[in-house]
Design a protein around this ligand. Sequence first.
Ligand code: AMP
Length: 416
Amino acid sequence: MTFHQFDFHPAIAEAIAKCGYTVPTAIQKQAMPHLLKGKDLLGLAQTGTGKTAAFVLPTLQNLQQGPRKKIRALILTPTRELAEQVHENIRQMAGTTGIRSCAVYGGVSKNGQIHTLRRGVEIVVACPGRLLDHINSRTINLSTVEVLILDEADQMLDQGFLPDIRRILKHVPQKRQSMVFSATMPGEIRHLVENILTDHVTIQVDHEKPAETISHVLFRVAQNRKTALLKNILKERDMATTLVFTRTKYKAKNLARQLQNAGYRATSLQGNMSQAQRKTAMNGFRAGKFNILVATDIAARGIDVSGISHVVNYDIPDTVEAYTHRTGRTGRAEQTGEALTFVTADDGRLLQAVERRLNKKIRRENLADFDSGFDQASSRSGNSRKSPSSRGPRRHKASTRGRKGSARKNTSSSRY
Ligand code: AMP
């Protein structure tokens, strides 16, 4: 199957060719025929499957007819980086169609966004918090929206955006085409889907399974030896572009600094940084100015940087889903990648859960110097972490925030 079958407008077909896409990915093949007909859709797809183009291309095609300079499609994303990325994708795919989009998110001045909105755009890609700001100050009009898309819906719910989404829905016409994309399908999403979608089709592509193109390796190490282990691995292996995940903002910042001091081109991305700093870090990583990005889970989803050769879980993630999302930053678009995970004696239960999901044991690599501290740590700590299924702090936090309905400055939960 090729893209010709979809009979896209010549300007869109030209843009597809310019991006180098020849064959539609699985989600594109399955979703696009329905979306082109205006059907509602629930897309269950892991990151890296080409889901952005799966919703952007039919939307652009459907917007060819009809008025311009009115907001006709609204795309909601959980993070500013993802909003920026989807906006950039639309810019590329729209080619010479004349359809414009605007990214709307917090941490930057509202004035620039107001100016762009006044000039007139057909698509808005927004994070919920700033969008509500614009709604409240009447600097945006959503009464002409024909298409509503929720991208990474499970992450939006995790981050406590449900009350904001409900408020936004009140400003969008009932009669519209709607799509929800989510990597996982917790109960809340089912509920949301019932509220948002009408007579929808469901498409599922490799749901919740880490990409096959990634090889997984595990290093046993004591907590206080992790940085030394990372430096050792960076020295020994050919790691072109590496994304390192830490559990906290503080650690991300500190570790990046330590790596910089050791002579590496490293930077960090975490929720305490200003939006300008976040953008500088992402752009620098994308452009190759930095080849190591140390980040919290703020960078675990959606973010598409081509050619990330390695993902390092400096700290094992909280949940199996987070493992899938983090490691999905490598091995994208059919390239191969390696996911290296550091485990301490406390990480046993979570590791078991990850291996169950992968349906195989992760290959262990022993580096003599580092492995030895592991058992000491084990006997010191005695117990192991709680089972991942019995945890769920993020979901709990999210629902607490949700009840309060707080207006947040950041698009991510506080630890990230
Ligand atoms: P996404 O899942 O939307 O983040 O897309 C993952 C990556 O796949 C992005 O780098 C896209 O540019 C790329 N991609 C999307 N569709 C195709 C396609 N049909 N052929 C090749 N690459 C694609």
